[in-house]
Every structure is written in C-alpha cells, then in structure tokens.
Design a protein around this ligand. Sequence first.
Ligand SMILES: Cc1cc2nc3c(=O)[nH]c(=O)nc-3n(C[C@H](O)[C@H](O)[C@H](O)COP(=O)(O)O)c2cc1C
Length: 171
Amino acid sequence: MDFFEVVKVRQSIRAYCDQPVEPEKLQAILDVINRAPSAGNLQGYEVYCVTQRRCLTDLARAANQDFIAQVSLALVFCAHPARSAQKYSQRGVALYCLQDATIACAYAQLAVTALGLATVWVGAFNDDAVRRAIGVGKDLQPIAILPIGYAAEKPDVRTRRSIDDLVHRIA
Ligand SMILES: Cc1cc2nc3c(=O)[nH]c(=O)nc-3n(C[C@H](O)[C@H](O)[C@H](O)COP(=O)(O)O)c2cc1C
C-alpha cells in the first residue's frame, strides 16, 4: 500500500481476532515511531509496549473500554515533560512533549494500518489508572493507548467535514 492508500483505508477498529501480532511487525511499528519528528529532536515522550495479559486488562479498565482486553499487544504513549523542558522550559512542558507524543502515536497508527493490522486511538481514560497499570509516576502524562491486532469488524467509513469548511485559505 502506498501512503495515500494507507491513509484512505485506516479506520478505527474496536473488535479484534484472537491472533497475535508477529514480532517483526511490532518491530517495524517501533522503528516508524522512532523516525517521528520531535521538537529539538528531544523525543519528549515514552512508549510502553504492553503484552502482559494483566496489564492489558488493567488498561481496559482504566479506559472503561473492554476491547482493549481483546488484543495481545497495546502501545501506551506518554508525554515526558522533563525531557522537553531541558531545552524549551515551559513551552516544552505545556506543548512540545504533548505534540511529540501525539505525532509518534499518529505515525504508529499509520504503520499499523500499512502492515495489515488494526487499531484505534484511545484517549478517554483515567490518567492515574493508566499510570498504575504501566507502573509510571506523575512525571509522565498518558496521551493515548493503541490496542493493536487483526480486525474482527469492518465498520462504516466515518464522514469528515468538507475541505471548504475545514480549510481557511489566506491567498
Ligand atoms: C484524540 C483522540 C481520542 C480518541 N479516543 C477514543 C476513545 O477513547 N475510544 C474510542 O473508541 N475511539 C477514540 N478515538 C477514535 C475516534 O473516535 C475516531 O478516530 C473517529 O471517530 C473517526 O473515525 P475513524 O478513526 O474510523 O476515521 C479517538 C481519536 C482521537 C484522535
């Protein structure tokens, strides 16, 4: 699939087959994440790669979204404000680390799709419950959970705003 095809076919999947993700596919996703740009190249975020059954269940509870417990792999993206603060002080803390983590997660979502796997961006969760599940402290801000697996559903494609509504041209 070329890039535009990947973007076109990606959709949020909330039902997964009982089929593990191949280790080489996981490695390819991690390699893509590590290519993502970041402010000052500081990579102000951490990625937790979760395969432990109990942790996956805890993440599903933290998000109150049961489908997370269906997968055998989830990635949790956490902003790491202190890393970005090294160079950018308050702007690093309040903005860049969040952007870094978000970009990395967006790259991961597309890599997952390109590999024939499925995911959904999970952003609704209890922050502290996610921290407890992955064993981190308040120095990290959970940004997103990506459950990753093989799709067991084919949802209708969600509509978008029109380009004219979305884009404000200043010519
Ligand atoms: C920041 C963010 C948070 C989201 N949080 C959730 C979530 O907690 N649970 C969920 O099922 N989907 C979540 N989604 C997925 C969106 O609902 C989905 O991307 C949107 O409806 C468009 O559908 P599509 O991804 O199939 O194109 C989130 C997406 C984003 C970008």
